[in-house]
Design a protein around this ligand. Structure first.
Ligand code: GAL
Ligand code: ZN
Length: 658
């Protein structure tokens, strides 16, 4: 990273703290109470105007900034900064009525109605022009407002559309990528099922059709949709920059769940660098087979990956339950503190919530907030204040980086491809597998980056590719190994190329590097297990795999001629291949030499300044007091910390090495 921007929101002192603030839902007298409570809670940044298009622009050609002026002035007077949104995530009903072609069309060909949010087609020229107009007006008006800290473009981009505008734009994108129809036909393998195109107008977005669509088409449409939204974001950002060149610009990426959204690593290139800021939203999924602490850590580590070394900000999380779950799930006392601190430990330059005050009405009226329906005499508000106080005590960590010695490879496109229909096993899903490896390393106190397979990996002692289904070639990974790295590859990796075409000679892209040949896939259904010679077990997946230029470390019990774990030394490093999903990762990690002496449930992460102090973040999610291997001062209490001190169950400490 040539330039590392260590002060991501220069007008904010210390770390950022706050949430989405929607005063338009409340009478004026509540606003004053809001600001008073924000100050009490240590809030210094709020996201405003996210869903307020209808207020600013109530009809065609009508503009009214009175209310937004009042909100911005209120914040300025109260000493709270604004993350000012462009409001383009939700065009109002009048806009959809005046421009019905901007309403999105779903794959069934149904044009969606207005009545919720995000009702727009990213490819409709009228919408594209409207958002640039909106961003321009806001930037002109508020560029020099004393409350302005940063710009928030749109909100959680995700919308895709399959209308005729989309079809035109998709064809243009494909022409750019493949040149001519011969290129496209070859890339998608359209000789299969007689799908050969003879004219560009025959190429359609993935609208519903009789049977399984062409996987290459589906994958390219997702790439195209991600690029189209990125272009929309960039068009607003460019408009803002013209009038407000000195304030950071962001939008919030979604890192919750299984990465079905955008190719955020590609987005990251446009979200980092001067006056850009990576922001993410992470909501804990309650029915997690692994656990919340591990899930929060994974969301944070994925976010850090989007920023690729630059600082980033957790823009949204929930103080308690989210409204979009089935049923309400309450967080336990202290969860808010522990989750929020985990994000900060892992690089977030503060912690933000959706939202400041719980809404009385609307689809999210039961979504938790910093000020809950239950009022300020509540567990939630007390913890909100507590965390605000902690962030003040932690101000000096701003700009420090997270120490990590291992990476788990994440490629969004590969995740999408692995989920296309027609796979040999529907259970070879990437997200749960990455989570499993991440959690096993978390339990050993290994902080992992979630890195793209094409990035520079040379700084990592270990690189894990638990499920890298799609990979064009091995060049980057080979260089990593030859230069001394340890690469661990999980099964069913390197199988297809960028167009989801099976590489010849399995495991295509990686067989040469790993020195193995896969003869046959043998999925393991129904929760059954495959036994390995050394007592280990495999689940979900196995293969008939032979060493061609590798050592067979462990074989399958029932098929001794078939390797299950392989190792190849290459150059100064080594590569391991697992031809099954090991049911228990711990013995394998021990075999790799990754020690486990951490007390159960203790989360340990270190941040450090390039030329300054380092900080050990300790969060005890376990049931017993835990020793923390650090000495110095606990910034959360101000007291000295020695190796004899233990952290109580549920407790947190941030120890600066003195
Ligand atoms: C986010 C969204 C917010 C709010 C929140 C509720 O996805 O950006 O506007 O809806 O979810 O969890
Ligand atoms: Zn459309």
């Amino acid at each position: 990273m040539a330039h590392r921007n260590t002060d991501i929101i220069p007008t904010i002192e210390g770390l950022a703290y706050g949430g989405d603030y929607n005063p338009e839902q409340w009478p004026r007298e509540v606003w004053d109470e809001d600001v008073r409570l924000m100050r009490e809670a240590g809030v210094n940044l709020v996201s405003v105007n996210i869903f307020a298009w209808a207020g600013i622009n109530p009809g065609p050609g009508e503009w009214d900034f009175t209310r937004l002026d009042a909100i911005m002035d209120l914040l300025a007077a109260g000493g709270v900064k604004a993350d000012l949104a462009t409001s383009t995530a939700s065009p109002p009903p009048w806009f959809s009525q005046a421009h019905p072609e901007t309403l999105p069309v779903n794959p069934e060909g149904i044009r969606l109605n207005s009545g919720a949010r995000a009702e727009y087609c990213p490819h409709a020229p009228v919408f594209q022009a409207a958002v640039v107009d909106m961003a321009t007006r806001l930037a002109e008006r508020y560029a020099d407002h004393p409350a302005l800290a940063m710009w928030h473009v749109g909100n959680e981009y995700y919308r895709s559309c399959t209308c005729d505008h989309a079809a035109d734009a998709f064809r243009a994108w494909l022409q750019d990528r493949y040149g001519d129809l011969d290129g496209l036909n070859a890339a998608w393998g359209t000789t299969f099922w007689s799908q050969t195109y003879s004219d560009w107008t025959q190429v359609l977005p993935p609208r519903i059709c009789a049977e399984t669509p062409n996987p290459g088409l589906v994958l390219d449409f997702r790439r195209f949709s991600s690029d189209a939204l990125l272009a929309l974001f960039r068009s607003e950002a460019a408009a803002i920059e013209q009038h407000s060149p000195d304030k950071p610009i962001t939008t919030n990426a979604m890192v919750t769940g299984n990465f079905s959204g955008l190719d955020y690593h590609r987005w990251g290139e446009h979200m980092t660098g001067p006056n850009r800021l990576v922001a993410t939203d992470h909501y804990l999924l309650p029915d997690d087979p692994i656990g919340w602490p591990e899930q929060a850590a994974f969301g944070a580590d994925a976010s850090r990956g989007l920023a690729a070394g630059d600082p980033w900000l957790l823009m949204e999380q929930s103080s308690n339950s989210s409204a979009w779950r089935r049923g309400y799930f309450a967080k336990k006392p202290g969860d808010l503190l522990r989750h929020s601190l985990s994000y900060v430990a892992r690089g977030s330059e503060g912690a933000m919530f959706f939202q400041w005050r719980a809404s009385r009405y609307g689809a999210e009226r039961y979504h938790s907030a910093m000020v809950p329906h239950g009022g300020t005499d509540s567990k939630v508000f007390r913890e909100v204040k507590q965390f605000g106080a902690w962030l003040k005590d932690l101000a000096e960590i701003k700009g420090s980086t997270v120490d990590s010695r291992a990476a788990i490879l994440l490629d969004f496109i590969s995740c999408w491809a692995a989920n296309t229909p027609g796979q040999p096993s529907a259970d070879m899903d990437t997200y749960p597998e990455l989570r499993r490896w991440h959690a096993a390393l978390w339990r050993r106190g290994v902080t992992t980056d979630l890195a793209n397979p094409e990035w520079d990996l040379s700084g990592y002692e270990y690189v894990f590719a638990p499920h890298l289904y799609l990979l064009d070639d091995d060049a980057n990974l080979r260089a990593y190994v030859e230069n001394g790295g340890t690469l661990v590859v999980g099964p069913y990796s390197g199988i297809v190329d960028a167009n989801d075409r099976v590489h010849p000679g399995l495991p295509g892209a990686l067989g040469g590097l790993m020195g193995v040949r896969v003869e046959e896939f043998v999925p393991i259904p129904n929760g059954d297990k495959a036994s390995l010679e050394n007592g280990w077990e495999g689940e979900t997946w196995s293969e008939v795999t032979h060493a061609t230029d590798a050592e067979t470390v462990v074989s399958f019990k029932d098929y001794p001629e078939t390797g299950a774990v392989f190792r190849r030394r290459l150059g100064r490093g080594e590569v391991w291949y697992l031809a099954t999903r090991l049911a228990d990762l711990d013995p394998f990690l021990a075999e790799l030499g990754i020690a486990s002496d951490l007390p159960e449930g203790l989360e340990l992460v270190r941040r450090s300044h390039e030329h300054g102090p380092s900080y050990t973040f300790a969060i005890n999610h376990g049931k017993d007091p835990a020793p923390v291997p650090a000495t110095g001062r606990n910034l959360l209490t101000g007291a000295a910390w020695t190796e004899e001190d233990t952290l109580e169950p549920g407790g947190c400490a941030v120890i600066r090495r003195e």
